[in-house]
Design a protein around this ligand. Structure first.
Ligand code: ZN
Length: 137
């Protein structure tokens, strides 16, 4: 499977949910020093529901496409795909619809961090942590 599939390249060119949303209730910054990906994820929650979400920053094609597809997923089904997606990146196994294109990434450890960053940042935002990094200290 090609790492830079048409779907990934299309999301990279036209990222969904790119920009700053108003009245965010949850914000986190994510950094992947190995690649230079630097993104901010903002959410607005009402109760348990994520009613708006956006991201911005500078990121490579894999990271930006992952963030874009995460935004689409958030709008449809909230954070339901968060754990399955991180699991897909670790194991190459899953049944995640369009997100399954990232199955190709798990063979490339350096790229896994790029694809994981938006979701790890989402995870931090939901937990109320403001910073995340792909490198554990
Ligand atoms: Zn990257």
């Amino acid at each position: 499977m090609n790492l830079y599939s048409d779907l990934i390249m299309e999301h990279n060119r036209f990222p969904r949910g790119f920009g700053r949303i108003e009245n965010a209730t949850h914000v986190a910054h994510g950094h992947n020093p190995l690649c230079g990906d630097n993104i901010v994820v903002r959410l607005r929650k009402e109760g348990d529901a994520i009613v708006d979400a956006g991201f911005e920053g500078v990121a490579c094609a894999i990271c930006k496409a992952s963030a874009s597809m995460m935004m689409e997923s958030l709008k449809v089904e909230g954070d339901n795909k968060l754990e399955p997606f991180l699991n897909l990146l670790q194991t190459g196994e899953g049944d995640l619809g369009d997100l399954q294109v990232f199955e190709a990434v798990w063979n490339y450890p350096a790229r896994v961090k790029c694809a994981a960053l938006p979701w790890r940042t989402l995870q931090s935002a939901l937990k109320g942590e403001e910073e995340t990094t792909t490198e554990e200290s």
